[in-house]
Design a protein around this ligand. Structure first.
Ligand SMILES: *Cc1c(COP(=O)(O)O)cnc(C)c1O
Length: 221
Protein backbone atom coordinates (compact mmCIF):
# COMPACT_ATOMS: atom_id res chain seq x y z
CA UNK A 1 0.00 0.00 0.00
CA UNK A 2 1.32 3.45 -0.91
CA UNK A 3 2.26 6.01 1.69
CA UNK A 4 -0.59 8.27 0.63
CA UNK A 5 -3.22 5.57 0.99
CA UNK A 6 -1.76 4.50 4.33
CA UNK A 7 -1.90 8.07 5.62
CA UNK A 8 -5.40 8.48 4.28
CA UNK A 9 -6.58 5.34 5.98
CA UNK A 10 -5.09 6.39 9.31
CA UNK A 11 -6.70 9.85 9.14
CA UNK A 12 -10.11 8.45 8.14
CA UNK A 13 -9.92 6.03 11.04
CA UNK A 14 -9.41 8.95 13.43
CA UNK A 15 -12.20 11.01 11.91
CA UNK A 16 -14.79 8.26 12.18
CA UNK A 17 -18.12 8.82 10.48
CA UNK A 18 -19.15 12.24 11.77
CA UNK A 19 -16.50 14.41 10.14
CA UNK A 20 -15.87 14.89 6.42
CA UNK A 21 -12.33 14.90 5.05
CA UNK A 22 -11.24 17.32 2.37
CA UNK A 23 -7.80 16.16 1.21
CA UNK A 24 -5.77 19.30 0.48
CA UNK A 25 -3.77 18.53 -2.65
CA UNK A 26 -2.29 21.98 -3.38
CA UNK A 27 1.26 21.85 -4.81
CA UNK A 28 1.00 18.06 -5.24
CA UNK A 29 0.78 16.51 -8.72
CA UNK A 30 -2.31 14.89 -10.14
CA UNK A 31 -0.69 11.47 -9.66
CA UNK A 32 -0.86 12.02 -5.90
CA UNK A 33 -4.54 12.94 -6.18
CA UNK A 34 -5.18 9.79 -8.21
CA UNK A 35 -3.52 7.65 -5.56
CA UNK A 36 -5.83 9.07 -2.92
CA UNK A 37 -8.74 8.72 -5.32
CA UNK A 38 -8.02 5.04 -5.87
CA UNK A 39 -7.94 4.61 -2.10
CA UNK A 40 -11.50 5.95 -2.04
CA UNK A 41 -11.07 9.69 -1.39
CA UNK A 42 -13.38 11.95 -3.42
CA UNK A 43 -13.19 15.45 -1.88
CA UNK A 44 -10.06 17.47 -2.67
CA UNK A 45 -9.09 21.01 -1.71
CA UNK A 46 -7.01 23.51 -3.67
CA UNK A 47 -6.23 27.07 -2.69
CA UNK A 48 -5.55 28.53 -6.15
CA UNK A 49 -7.91 28.79 -9.09
CA UNK A 50 -5.14 28.33 -11.63
CA UNK A 51 -3.91 25.12 -10.01
CA UNK A 52 -7.41 23.71 -9.64
CA UNK A 53 -8.39 24.40 -13.25
CA UNK A 54 -5.17 22.90 -14.57
CA UNK A 55 -5.62 19.63 -12.64
CA UNK A 56 -9.38 19.16 -12.90
CA UNK A 57 -9.65 18.16 -16.61
CA UNK A 58 -7.17 15.29 -16.12
CA UNK A 59 -8.91 13.72 -13.17
CA UNK A 60 -12.08 11.66 -12.65
CA UNK A 61 -15.29 13.65 -13.00
CA UNK A 62 -16.76 12.42 -9.72
CA UNK A 63 -14.11 14.30 -7.73
CA UNK A 64 -15.61 16.97 -5.50
CA UNK A 65 -13.46 20.11 -5.76
CA UNK A 66 -13.29 22.49 -2.79
CA UNK A 67 -11.74 25.91 -3.17
CA UNK A 68 -10.15 26.82 0.18
CA UNK A 69 -8.00 29.85 -0.71
CA UNK A 70 -8.70 33.50 -1.36
CA UNK A 71 -10.85 33.94 -4.47
CA UNK A 72 -10.86 37.03 -6.65
CA UNK A 73 -14.20 38.00 -8.13
CA UNK A 74 -12.86 37.97 -11.69
CA UNK A 75 -11.74 34.33 -11.37
CA UNK A 76 -15.03 32.82 -10.24
CA UNK A 77 -16.00 32.10 -13.85
CA UNK A 78 -13.14 29.62 -14.29
CA UNK A 79 -14.26 27.28 -11.52
CA UNK A 80 -18.04 27.83 -11.62
CA UNK A 81 -18.65 25.00 -14.13
CA UNK A 82 -17.36 22.30 -11.79
CA UNK A 83 -16.44 23.46 -8.28
CA UNK A 84 -18.36 21.67 -5.57
CA UNK A 85 -17.85 24.02 -2.64
CA UNK A 86 -16.19 27.41 -2.17
CA UNK A 87 -15.06 27.53 1.44
CA UNK A 88 -13.39 30.94 1.34
CA UNK A 89 -16.19 33.43 0.71
CA UNK A 90 -15.31 36.71 2.40
CA UNK A 91 -17.49 39.38 0.79
CA UNK A 92 -20.98 40.03 -0.47
CA UNK A 93 -19.60 41.02 -3.86
CA UNK A 94 -17.94 37.61 -4.17
CA UNK A 95 -21.12 35.84 -3.11
CA UNK A 96 -23.09 37.72 -5.76
CA UNK A 97 -20.58 36.84 -8.46
CA UNK A 98 -20.57 33.15 -7.46
CA UNK A 99 -24.36 33.15 -7.68
CA UNK A 100 -24.34 34.83 -11.10
CA UNK A 101 -21.75 32.43 -12.53
CA UNK A 102 -23.50 29.41 -11.01
CA UNK A 103 -26.79 30.43 -12.62
CA UNK A 104 -25.01 30.87 -15.94
CA UNK A 105 -23.85 27.25 -15.59
CA UNK A 106 -27.28 26.09 -14.38
CA UNK A 107 -25.78 25.09 -11.05
CA UNK A 108 -26.07 25.87 -7.36
CA UNK A 109 -22.70 26.15 -5.62
CA UNK A 110 -22.26 25.36 -1.94
CA UNK A 111 -20.45 28.14 -0.06
CA UNK A 112 -18.92 28.61 3.36
CA UNK A 113 -18.29 32.05 4.80
CA UNK A 114 -14.69 32.34 5.92
CA UNK A 115 -14.28 33.80 9.38
CA UNK A 116 -11.09 35.34 10.67
CA UNK A 117 -10.28 33.70 14.01
CA UNK A 118 -6.48 33.59 14.21
CA UNK A 119 -4.24 35.85 16.24
CA UNK A 120 -2.03 36.63 13.23
CA UNK A 121 -2.93 39.49 10.94
CA UNK A 122 -2.13 37.60 7.74
CA UNK A 123 -5.18 35.45 7.22
CA UNK A 124 -8.19 36.28 5.11
CA UNK A 125 -11.75 36.25 6.33
CA UNK A 126 -14.59 38.20 7.86
CA UNK A 127 -14.64 39.21 11.50
CA UNK A 128 -17.85 38.79 13.46
CA UNK A 129 -19.18 42.28 12.86
CA UNK A 130 -18.49 42.07 9.12
CA UNK A 131 -20.27 38.72 9.02
CA UNK A 132 -23.32 40.07 10.83
CA UNK A 133 -23.30 43.14 8.62
CA UNK A 134 -23.25 40.95 5.53
CA UNK A 135 -26.06 38.72 6.75
CA UNK A 136 -28.19 41.72 7.76
CA UNK A 137 -27.82 43.33 4.34
CA UNK A 138 -28.12 40.31 2.11
CA UNK A 139 -31.21 38.59 1.30
CA UNK A 140 -29.48 35.31 0.79
CA UNK A 141 -32.69 34.04 -0.77
CA UNK A 142 -32.23 36.55 -3.55
CA UNK A 143 -29.07 34.76 -4.72
CA UNK A 144 -30.36 31.67 -6.54
CA UNK A 145 -26.95 30.23 -7.48
CA UNK A 146 -25.56 29.75 -4.00
CA UNK A 147 -26.32 27.64 -0.99
CA UNK A 148 -24.67 28.93 2.18
CA UNK A 149 -23.76 25.77 4.04
CA UNK A 150 -21.90 27.21 7.04
CA UNK A 151 -18.62 28.74 8.20
CA UNK A 152 -14.92 28.08 7.71
CA UNK A 153 -11.95 29.23 9.78
CA UNK A 154 -8.21 28.71 10.22
CA UNK A 155 -6.66 28.59 13.67
CA UNK A 156 -3.46 30.43 14.56
CA UNK A 157 -0.16 28.99 13.40
CA UNK A 158 1.09 28.19 16.90
CA UNK A 159 2.07 25.30 19.16
CA UNK A 160 -0.22 26.67 21.85
CA UNK A 161 -3.07 24.15 21.87
CA UNK A 162 -5.10 26.22 24.33
CA UNK A 163 -5.00 29.20 22.01
CA UNK A 164 -6.17 27.09 19.06
CA UNK A 165 -8.89 25.45 21.15
CA UNK A 166 -10.16 28.86 22.22
CA UNK A 167 -10.33 30.01 18.59
CA UNK A 168 -12.18 26.89 17.44
CA UNK A 169 -14.59 27.06 20.39
CA UNK A 170 -15.27 30.70 19.51
CA UNK A 171 -16.00 29.80 15.90
CA UNK A 172 -18.36 27.00 16.94
CA UNK A 173 -20.18 29.44 19.22
CA UNK A 174 -20.49 31.94 16.37
CA UNK A 175 -21.73 29.18 14.06
CA UNK A 176 -24.46 28.21 16.55
CA UNK A 177 -25.58 31.82 17.01
CA UNK A 178 -25.62 32.57 13.29
CA UNK A 179 -27.52 29.38 12.57
CA UNK A 180 -30.14 30.14 15.23
CA UNK A 181 -30.60 33.75 14.18
CA UNK A 182 -30.21 33.78 10.39
CA UNK A 183 -30.84 30.20 9.27
CA UNK A 184 -33.40 28.85 11.76
CA UNK A 185 -35.48 27.14 9.09
CA UNK A 186 -32.62 26.11 6.85
CA UNK A 187 -31.25 22.67 7.73
CA UNK A 188 -28.63 23.07 4.95
CA UNK A 189 -26.68 25.52 7.12
CA UNK A 190 -24.96 22.64 8.86
CA UNK A 191 -21.21 22.72 8.07
CA UNK A 192 -18.33 24.01 10.15
CA UNK A 193 -14.98 23.64 8.39
CA UNK A 194 -12.09 23.86 10.81
CA UNK A 195 -8.96 21.79 11.40
CA UNK A 196 -5.77 21.17 9.37
CA UNK A 197 -2.92 18.66 9.76
CA UNK A 198 -1.61 20.26 12.94
CA UNK A 199 -4.88 20.89 14.74
CA UNK A 200 -7.67 18.68 13.40
CA UNK A 201 -7.96 16.65 16.59
CA UNK A 202 -8.68 19.81 18.57
CA UNK A 203 -11.06 21.01 15.85
CA UNK A 204 -13.04 17.76 16.00
CA UNK A 205 -13.35 18.02 19.77
CA UNK A 206 -14.69 21.55 19.32
CA UNK A 207 -17.39 20.56 16.83
CA UNK A 208 -15.88 20.60 13.37
CA UNK A 209 -17.86 18.84 10.61
CA UNK A 210 -15.23 19.25 7.84
CA UNK A 211 -11.46 19.04 8.22
CA UNK A 212 -9.01 20.17 5.52
CA UNK A 213 -5.89 18.05 5.67
CA UNK A 214 -2.91 18.23 3.34
CA UNK A 215 0.51 17.50 4.86
CA UNK A 216 -0.69 14.59 7.02
CA UNK A 217 -1.86 12.79 3.86
CA UNK A 218 0.40 13.91 1.00
CA UNK A 219 3.55 14.77 2.94
CA UNK A 220 5.41 18.05 3.22
CA UNK A 221 5.00 20.70 0.52
C1 LIG B 1 -3.01 24.41 2.95
C2 LIG B 1 -4.31 24.55 3.66
C3 LIG B 1 -4.82 23.51 4.47
C4 LIG B 1 -4.07 22.21 4.74
O1 LIG B 1 -2.92 22.45 5.50
P1 LIG B 1 -2.05 21.24 6.07
O2 LIG B 1 -1.37 21.86 7.24
O3 LIG B 1 -1.11 20.85 4.99
O4 LIG B 1 -2.96 20.15 6.46
C5 LIG B 1 -6.06 23.69 5.06
N1 LIG B 1 -6.78 24.81 4.87
C6 LIG B 1 -6.34 25.83 4.11
C7 LIG B 1 -7.19 27.03 3.95
C8 LIG B 1 -5.08 25.73 3.48
O5 LIG B 1 -4.65 26.75 2.73
Amino acid sequence: MSQISQNLKAVLHELGTGVKLVAVSKTHPKEAILEAYHAGQRAFGENRVQEMTSKQPWLPTDIEWHLIGHLQTNKVKYIAPFVSMIQSVDSLRLLEEISAQAVRNRRVIDCLLQIFIAAEETKFGLDESELIDMLEHTSVDSLPGINIRGLMGMGSFTEDANQIRKEFAGLKDLFDRVKAHYFPDNPAFDQLSMGMSGDYRIAMEEGSTIVRIGTRIFGAR
